[in-house]
Design a protein around this ligand. Structure first.
Ligand SMILES: NC(=O)c1ccc[n+]([C@@H]2O[C@H](COP(=O)([O-])OP(=O)(O)OC[C@H]3O[C@@H](n4cnc5c(N)ncnc54)[C@H](OP(=O)(O)O)[C@@H]3O)[C@@H](O)[C@H]2O)c1
Length: 332
């Protein structure tokens, strides 16, 4: 019998918040090992908000159209190889997508650093989301001891890493999260001085109480109205790192953003962050982060679903803001 490959395709383009019905599980013939390349079996699949932008046709990495297999970064095991440097049995980081098997040219499959103890970390704290946090807060904003840093989605993949890096530098971190349970976790486990429940509290009023002298650094992971509120609480010469638009990805229209006059009055330094620009520094980041992870000074809460068929619901939970930590799917 022909060996098969289970895949998740986009069945229909969602207009608003995606539901599992917008995706479909199907079987296709398993691909064969390409010349000078590898055949891989997916072990962990990373689910990320940028996939919603790929579906909407608004992401620089490409567009997914109905009928197409959903893309995504994976930790995969090489099961057959025509590339001497990539032996069967080794784990690689590659763009395997939402499927059981994928094939890659040798240059597109990156052997996992053997110092990484937990393979899933290559997609979370030691992977793209950890790198985004470190690049944004340490390299781009230059957070230092004594800075007051405001981080929304603070228990999420990027936010939780950013909070811990800033707290370790001696910054005072104020988090924002979507439930009391998440806020408690942020206070107890992420080194956050205080955390605002965005669904239950008046963020504007709480920021006035918690940061009477203003916020020195705002890591904008959500856009929307919160960006405007954060700008009004920015300290003079404060810094904003624009990184994500969680509040806007499920909508067709975009928020206009804060008024330039407000940013002028604050003498704000505003910069955009695209993690792809820091790809050449990934190894440097891993060397910085690994000892902290090993020493238990930072950690990663992972929101793991089991089985490829669970990927659509896990992605929809992420887009509803119901995830708790880095969203991953583990495949048997
Ligand atoms: N620029 C880049 O290169 C780059 C790279 C990686 C990620 N990002 C961006 O960074 C942000 C965080 O990514 P992540 O992977 O770490 O995701 P995440 O934080 O693990 O998950 C997203 C979180 O956003 C929060 N959120 C706030 N407002 C929301 C809303 N209106 N709807 C839904 N969720 C909302 C939710 O947490 P609460 O309910 O607790 O608020 C949700 O759990 C995203 O915007 C992503 O696109 C950018």
């Amino acid at each position: 019998m022909m060996p098969m490959n289970r895949q998740v395709i986009l069945a229909e383009k969602p207009e608003g918040v995606p539901t599992p019905g917008h995706f479909e599980l199907r079987e296709a013939p398993r691909p064969v090992t390409p010349a000078s390349g590898v055949l891989c079996r997916t072990r962990y699949l990373s689910l990320d908000p940028y996939m919603r932008s790929q579906i909407a046709g608004r992401h620089p990495s490409g567009t997914v159209t109905p009928g197409g297999v959903m893309g995504g970064e994976t930790v995969s095991e090489i099961i057959d190889s025509d590339a001497r440097e990539l032996p069967p049995g080794r784990l690689v980081r590659c763009m395997g997508g939402w499927q059981e098997y994928s094939v890659h040219a040798a240059g597109e499959a990156h052997l996992l650093d053997e110092d990484i103890d937990s393979p899933s970390h290559a997609l979370s704290i030691l992977g793209m989301t950890g790198l985004t946090a470190y690049a944004g807060m340490i390299w781009q904003a230059g957070v230092e001891a004594g800075d007051r840093v405001l981080i929304p989605a603070v228990t999420g993949a990027v936010g939780s890493a950013a909070a811990q890096f800033c707290a370790l530098r001696g910054a005072e971190v104020i988090g924002i999260a979507g439930s009391e349970e998440k806020c408690r976790f942020a206070r107890e486990s992420l080194g956050v001085a205080d955390c605002i429940d965005r669904r239950a509290e008046d963020i504007d009023a709480r920021l006035g109480q918690l940061c009477p002298d203003g916020v020195d650094v705002y890591f904008d992971l959500v856009g929307g109205k919160l960006l405007h509120v954060a700008c009004t609480h920015l300290a003079n010469y404060g810094c904003i790192v624009l990184c994500g638009l969680m509040a806007e990805y499920n909508r067709a229209e975009r928020d206009p953003g804060p008024a330039p006059g407000l940013l002028i009055a604050k003498r704000a330094i505003v910069s955009g962050l695209v993690v792809y620009d820091f790809e050449t520094r990934r190894e440097e980041y891993i060397r910085e982060c690994l000892p902290l992870l090993r020493a238990g000074k930072i950690h990663q809460h992972e929101d793991v679903s089991h089985g490829l068929e669970r990927a659509p619901e896990a992605f929809c939970r992420l887009m509803r803001g119901e995830n708790f930590g880095k969203v991953l799917v583990a495949l048997p």
